[in-house]
Design a protein around this ligand. Structure first.
Ligand code: SF4
Length: 600
């Protein structure tokens, strides 16, 4: 491309973002989407305009998976390589992409038309194998579908029309996959949303009394304005609501800290960056209950006396951005958002900021760094975000599910919410269930349900491993299925992946460690090097070269990584490995024994 044309476009993009360095990530995403890469020649121009160093720009763009200085193809394919993709034929699908395109992973075709890459979970674990193609989702992929997609693109068809021909036409003729009963019903009921959402079945198998119960837009806000900010915090505290992202911090306490910190500005951030492989509950909530989440953000804003909210949306959910923006626009038009909400004296607005593919940005301080346009590296604490977060102002970061619960609590009261669940874990929990079961999808359940009941709900049979909480969670066996989901027994952010007796535990653990190897931000050695060492050791054992000493070493190294890593990623990366060593010793011993027998 001629340099002057390139400069013109980059200047336009910089102008759009008012040359604000806090918008660097948005600027880079827009350049990437337009040119399919970030031409290195632009880096000094951007640096000059934003008054930062070129090194800062390079450091930022190299941090994010979806940004690159090398051309990623006019059509960029990101094939999911998480464990559920592998379980349901992802490797074969990837091979077909390679064969059809004549390239290997991480390459572009010589004509620059296609780029093929792998990526970790794209929030489709209930519909794997799946891939993102220029930010659109293609689910339930098979070698045949891959051939159809590539042929369609080569013929010049648009991705939307290819999606339609695969997902809508096939469903209409009832040849679509069995898992998509819900989509079929939507077509029958004529409630099918327009592309790009139409090929995604949210598979909500169980609606509960809070999140997927009846919803009337604005009802919460009318109720909210009857209270003052302190009363709202009191109601949320009394309800017992705790953060739904996994850590379980009491929401009312968090809001109280932010509220009591003196500042000229405060911020509310909705952390819609669910990146834990196996998690897809926020995807369902964002598509089915977007306004409820926004009302929850308004409630949080009112409580901490903030005027500004940010929805930080993971890059993998880019296809939802326009849809969410249309919901925000409609709320503004109805005076439910923006200046003087419902003619009160309270003003609050929400903007959407995009991520660009980095799991660590789900950690709240890393997310704040990313929302500020920088590398998403976790901050040292203290100070905590509630006193010094976005732009060093008090900031509450909450998960979409937490915020949606808060909105319903304001509407129905603290006591109503407290009656649900268990005394220490009030309310409901959204579960995203995937893997070997008849009904993968979304379940809204009260806290306190046992693992056994969950297996029955989703139709799991011949179960060997229940991974609760994704790769950073724990692996339980059927002997532990009487344990219950709640903060005091088995806490969880909601991802449950089920593996039957035909699956290989070591494959699962390798996939988990590989995920952390790729997602480690590299800041500290135990996480950066330790996870790689563990992966290699596991590979050695899987290949039949392990000894009893190797198992001891796995435990020892895991405890070092856990205790010396700087943030939650490294501190939890060995959880599934250690819980598997404890709960499935025979799975390891049989490989070691086989080796001893062979040696004899
Ligand atoms: Fe980065 Fe260290 Fe956190 Fe790993 S533990 S993600 S290297 S800060």
């Amino acid at each position: 491309m001629i340099e002057s044309k390139l400069k013109l476009k980059v200047t336009d993009i910089l102008k759009k973002y008012k040359s604000d360095s806090y918008q660097l990530l948005s600027i880079l995403i827009e350049i990437q989407n337009h040119f399919r890469h970030i031409p290195p020649v632009c880096i000094p121009w951007i640096a000059d305009e934003l008054d930062v160093t070129p090194l800062h720009i390079e450091g930022t763009l190299s941090f994010y998976h979806f940004l690159s200085t090398e051309h990623r193809g006019k059509i960029t394919i990101y094939m999911n390589n998480s464990i559920t993709s592998e379980m349901f034929g992802g490797n074969e699908v990837l091979k077909t992409f390679e064969n059809e395109l004549g390239i290997s992973v991480s390459q572009t075709t010589p004509d620059g038309l296609f780029g093929l890459y792998t990526t970790s979970c794209i929030g489709m674990s209930d519909q794997e194998p799946a891939a993102l193609i220029n930010n659109l989702v293609f689910t339930h992929l098979s070698p045949e579908r891959v051939k159809k997609i590539i042929a369609g693109i080569k013929k010049g068809l648009s991705l939307n029309s290819i999606q339609e021909s695969i997902y809508i036409s096939e469903t209409k003729s009832a040849t679509h996959c069995e898992n998509n009963e819900i989509l079929k019903n939507k077509i029958k009921e004529k409630t099918l949303p327009p592309p790009p959402l139409s090929n995604i079945s949210n598979s909500i198998h169980k609606k509960g009394p809070v999140l997927f119960a009846d919803y009337h837009l604005g009802a919460t806000l009318h109720e909210l304005l009857k209270y003052d900010s302190t009363e709202v915090i009191e109601i949320i505290s009394k309800s017992g609501l705790r953060g739904r992202g996994g850590a379980g911090f009491p929401t009312g306490t968090k809001w109280g800290y932010a509220h009591s910190t003196a500042s000229d500005e405060r911020y509310v951030i909705c952390n819609a960056d669910e990146g834990e492989p196996g998690t897809f509950k926020d995807r369902a909530l964002l598509t089915e209950r977007a306004e409820l989440i926004f009302e929850g953000m308004i409630v949080a804003g009112y409580a901490i006396e903030s005027k500004k909210g940010i929805l930080y949306l993971r890059g993998e959910y880019t296809y939802l951005k326009e849809f969410l923006q249309s919901k925000l626009k409609s709320m503004r038009e109805q005076n439910l958002l923006g200046r003087r909400i419902l003619n009160s004296r309270f003003s609050f607005d929400i903007q959407i900021k995009m991520g660009a593919g980095a799991y660590i940005c789900g950690e709240e301080s890393a997310l704040i760094e990313s929302a500020e346009g920088k590398r998403g590296e976790p901050r040292n604490r203290p100070p905590f975000p509630v006193t010094s977060g976005y732009k060093n102002r008090p900031t509450v970061v909450n998960n979409p599910e937490t915020l949606a619960c808060a909105a319903k609590i304001i509407l129905h009261g603290a006591e109503w919410f407290k009656k649900l669940g268990t005394p220490q874990s009030s309310g409901v929990k959204l579960l995203s269930i995937a893997g070997d079961c008849e009904r993968p999808g979304i379940y809204e359940v009260e806290w306190g349900l046992s693992i056994k009941e969950i297996l029955q709900l989703c139709g799991a049979q011949d179960t060997m491993i229940i991974q609760v909480g994704g790769p950073s969670g724990i692996c339980l066996s059927l002997q532990q299925a009487d344990q219950t989901l709640c903060y005091s027994d088995v806490p969880t952010g909601g991802a449950i992946t089920i593996f039957n007796s035909k699956r290989n535990l070591l494959e699962l653990l390798k996939n988990n460690l590989n995920f952390f190897v790729h997602e480690s931000c590299g800041f500290c050695v135990p996480c950066r090097a330790g996870n790689t060492l563990l992966y290699n050791q596991l590979q050695k054992i899987k290949m039949g070269h392990g000894t009893v000493k190797d198992l001891e070493d796995l435990r020892h190294l895991s405890s070092i990584v856990k205790s010396t890593s700087r943030c939650g990623l490294g501190q939890s990366s060995t959880n599934t490995l250690v819980s598997s060593l404890n709960n499935f010793p025979s799975q390891f011993e049989k490989i070691i024994e086989r080796k001893s027998t062979t040696q004899c």
